[in-house]
Design a protein around this ligand. Structure first.
Ligand SMILES: C[S@@+](CC[C@H](N)C(=O)[O-])C[C@H]1O[C@@H](n2cnc3c(N)ncnc32)[C@H](O)[C@@H]1O
Length: 360
């Protein structure tokens, strides 16, 4: 039995049924969790992310960072922060493209927020020339203006599931039935306080998902850029507006599984509620840009133009590959519509938009 599953079972025996958030936290980021010690990315792993699909993704984000730095008044020193940098692919591609501005490269200090030892080793290899500093959480990043990137981090942050019943909202919990884990219902936790106006329309059986961890993180990011200056770009999959529905899922070897089936051995994710992130950032005083569908964002940054330029210099097979990669990133039935992009900036930013993103 996977050690993460063992510790979840032990906790249920000792503490009683656990919330979905506690199970997710323990299975992913607990001492023996899925994200602690191995590389889950790539064709031989469990899933592929946009920077692993095409180098154009990271390159365009690198140019977005240079443009945003200029809009912020080109501070002489700033922290370039990536949270959950995976194999370091996005940042390596971004910093290569950022060579268009020697001043940007000179001004940046690179910080990586990562909890996975195997991925940290890969990031160290890829990004050695840029002398990164690693942190377990955003709190470790020193004060000062920052530009922060997070691609597919928020979907791994724990969610609570609340279910509407004839008695009102109940918390979805995970209990033991003999040897098997199963869902049950219990009195709602304090997460109830995070329900959004759209959740009020719930009928019997409807599920609402709220993520105190995501709200706390976006609040921390927003507060920092409000007080210290800077901007953030968050990319992930989920709806632009809060809504109802069960999006808790497991991904293993590129296939969806029932979430309680392979705890510790599969990625557990939930859709990111961009409506809730935007509201929390506004409450913290930040300016919000988007959310915008990833396809529209990348198109506005010129991904098709870039692919055409690269294809002109390449052989026919490489040209086809480049166009297939762009299709995967921007087509609505691929990653173009489900994935959203949101930008945050401090009040110091004097601009009606950030690259590819209009003001809220
Ligand atoms: C789905 S991967 C995305 C990787 C990369 N951003 C990409 O697009 O290829 C999630 C990343 O977040 C990291 N991660 C997961 N939970 C985290 C947490 N609580 N704090 C910091 N990093 C975390 C993982 O180790 C991994 O690097």
């Amino acid at each position: 039995m996977h050690p993460a599953l063992q510790s979840i079972r032990r906790r249920i025996v000792l503490e009683g049924p656990l919330t979905v958030a506690t199970v997710m936290e323990e299975a992913l980021a607990g001492r023996n969790g899925y994200y602690r010690d191995h590389d889950p990315l790539g064709p031989e792993g469990d899933f592929i992310t946009a920077p692993e699909v095409s180098q154009m993704f990271g390159e365009l984000i690198g140019l977005w960072c240079v443009d945003t730095w200029q809009r912020l008044g080109a501070p002489e020193h700033f922290h370039l922060v990536e949270m959950g940098p995976g194999r370091g692919t996005l940042m390596a591609d971004a910093l290569r493209a950022a060579r268009v501005s020697a001043a940007f490269l000179k001004a940046k200090q690179l910080h990586l927020v990562e909890i996975n030892a195997a991925l940290k080793a890969k990031q160290a290899e890829r990004l050695a020339d840029h002398h990164p500093t690693w942190h377990e959480s955003l709190d470790g990043v020193p004060a000062g203006p920052m530009i922060l990137i997070a691609n597919e981090l928020f979907d791994a942050l724990p969610i609570h599931q609340l279910q509407m019943t004839a008695q009102g909202w109940r918390e979805r919990v995970v209990a033991l039935d003999g040897e098997h884990l199963q869902f049950g219902l219990a009195a709602p936790s304090a997460a109830l306080g995070l329900l959004r106006p759209a959740h009020k329309q719930a009928v019997d059986g409807a599920i609402a998902e709220v993520s105190p961890a995501s709200i706390a993180l976006v609040d921390a990011i927003a507060q920092r850029i409000v007080t210290e200056g800077g901007a953030a770009l968050i990319i992930d999959y989920g709806p632009a507006e809060s809504g109802l529905g069960d999006s808790f899922q497991a991904l293993k070897r590129h296939k969806y599984h029932l979430p309680l089936e392979s705890l510790g051995e599969a990625d557990l994710t939930a859709h990111v509620d961009f409506g809730a992130l935007a509201a929390a950032a506004v409450e913290a005083g930040a300016q919000v840009f988007g959310p915008t569908a990833q396809g529209d964002f990348l198109r506005a940054l010129g991904i098709e133009l870039r692919a055409n330029m690269l294809a002109q210099k390449a052989d026919a097979a490489t040209g086809e590959l480049l166009h297939a990669q762009v299709h995967r990133l921007i087509a609505p039935e691929q990653m173009g519509r489900l994935f959203k992009v949101i930008g945050l900036a401090g009040p110091q930013l004097d601009s009606e938009r950030l690259g590819g993103l209009a003001g809220l």
